[in-house]
Design a protein around this ligand. Structure first.
Ligand SMILES: Cc1cc2nc3c(=O)[nH]c(=O)nc-3n(C[C@H](O)[C@H](O)[C@H](O)COP(=O)(O)O)c2cc1C
Ligand code: SF4
Ligand code: SF4
Length: 277
C-alpha cells in the first residue's frame, strides 16, 4: 500500500503530526511506502513528480495534514484541492489548539464539490502558535500535548489501514455555530493581514523569515523583511525569527515564541526548497 501525506505548517506541529502518522503506518505495515510532501509543492505546479504523486490508485491513501486557522481550513489547502485526483482513500488531520469547530465539515464539503470523498477526518490537539492570544506553553504542558497526540495518532493509523469511512470529527455545538461564521468573515482578510507585522531595529538581516515563508510572501529589501499581502497567516515568520524582531501589532512584544521542538529551521527551509523542484 502507498501512503501519500501532504502537509502545510507554520511552526512544525503539522509536519510532526505528518511524520508520526507516517511512522505508525510504516510500523503497522512494514512493506508499505510513505511519502511526506509539503502541500506547497503541489501548488508549485505540474512537474512530473507531483502529477505522479497526486494520481492515486485504489490502494493509495492520501492524507491532508494542516493547522486550523480561524476555525477553518487554510486557503492554501482549499486551493490545492483542485489539483488532487479522484481515487484513493482520503483522510485529514486538522491540527489545532482546542477549537477545531467545523473545519473538517468544511473540508469535506469543499472536497465533495470537486468530486473527492473525505473518508475520515480527525482533530489533533497540539500547542497553540497563535501568539497574540498567548506565548509558548510550558515545556511540560507541551510534552503532555505531544504524548496525547501520539496516542490518538496510533488509533488513527489503524483507521487509515482499514480504510474505514467515518463521520469527520467536529467541535462542540457552540463552536460550530458561532466560530464557523467567524471563519467565513475573517478568512477573506488573511492575505492582507500581514500589514500588521512590524520589524524592529534588532533585525539582523539574516533572511530566515524570507527563506521559510511557505508561500514566498516575504522579500528582504535593504536587509529588512517586506510582506507582500498574499499571506496565509501561518505565523512561521514571527515564530521562527531568531532574534524575535517581528511583532504583530503591539500584543506580541515580550511573548515567548513557539515552534515544535523536534522540527528544525532546516526542515522548514527544506520544505521550501522542495516546493521549487
Ligand atoms: C492565524 C491563526 C489562527 C488560528 N486559529 C485557530 C483556531 O481557530 N482553532 C484552534 O484550535 N487553533 C488555532 N490556531 C492554532 C493552530 O491551529 C495550532 O497551534 C496548530 O497546531 C499550528 O500548527 P502548525 O505548527 O503546523 O502551523 C491558529 C493559529 C494561527 C496562527
Ligand atoms: S528572521 Fe528576523 S532577524 Fe532575520 S531577517 Fe527576518 S526579521 Fe530580520
Ligand atoms: S508572511 Fe509570515 S505569516 Fe504570512 S505566510 Fe509567510 S511566514 Fe506565514
Amino acid at each position: 500500500m502507498n501512503h501519500i501525506i501532504f502537509y502545510f505548517t507554520g511552526t512544525g506541529n503539522s509536519l510532526w503530526v505528518a511524520r508520526k502518522i507516517g511512522e505508525e503506518l510504516e510500523r503497522l505495515s512494514p512493506t508499505c511506502t510513505v511519502k511526506i510532501i509539503p502541500i506547497t509543492r503541489l501548488q508549485a505546479g505540474t512537474t512530473g513528480k507531483v502529477e505522479l504523486s497526486t494520481s492515486p490508485n485504489a490502494s493509495t491513501t492520501v492524507g491532508l495534514v494542516f493547522p486550523v486557522h480561524a476555525w477553518g481550513v487554510p486557503s492554501i489547502i482549499l486551493r490545492s484541492l483542485d489539483l488532487l485526483r479522484e481515487g484513493g482513500y482520503y483522510y485529514a488531520l486538522a491540527v489545532n489548539a482546542g477549537q477545531v469547530a467545523n473545519t473538517l465539515v468544511q473540508l469535506s464539503r469543499e472536497m465533495e464539490k470537486r468530486g473527492l470523498t473525505l473518508s475520515a477526518g480527525f482533530s489533533i490537539r497540539m500547542p497553540s502558535n497563535y501568539l497574540p492570544f498567548g506565548e509558548a506553553p510550558k515545556e511540560e504542558t507541551q510534552r503532555t500535548c505531544f504524548r496525547e497526540a501520539e496516542g490518538k495518532l496510533k488509533q488513527v493509523a489503524r483507521v487509515i489501514l482499514d480504510r474505514l469511512n467515518l463521520p469527520v470529527e467536529k467541535g462542540p455545538f457552540w463552536q460550530n455555530l458561532i466560530l464557523s461564521g467567524l471563519h467565513r468573515m475573517s478568512a477573506q482578510h488573511f492575505p492582507s493581514m500581514d500589514k500588521r507585522f512590524l520589524v524592529q531595529e534588532s533585525c539582523t538581516s539574516c533572511g530566515v523569515c524570507e527563506r521559510i515563508c511557505p508561500v514566498e510572501n516575504i522579500r528582504l529589501e535593504n536587509g529588512r523583511p517586506v510582506w507582500m499581502h498574499h499571506c496565509e497567516q501561518c505565523y512561521a515568520c514571527i515564530q521562527w525569527c531568531p532574534v524575535e524582531a517581528i511583532q504583530y501589532g503591539k500584543g506580541t512584544m515580550g511573548k515567548k515564541r513557539y515552534h515544535h521542538p523536534e522540527i528544525t529551521l532546516q526542515d522548514m527551509e527544506r520544505a521550501r526548497e522542495t516546493s521549487k523542484n
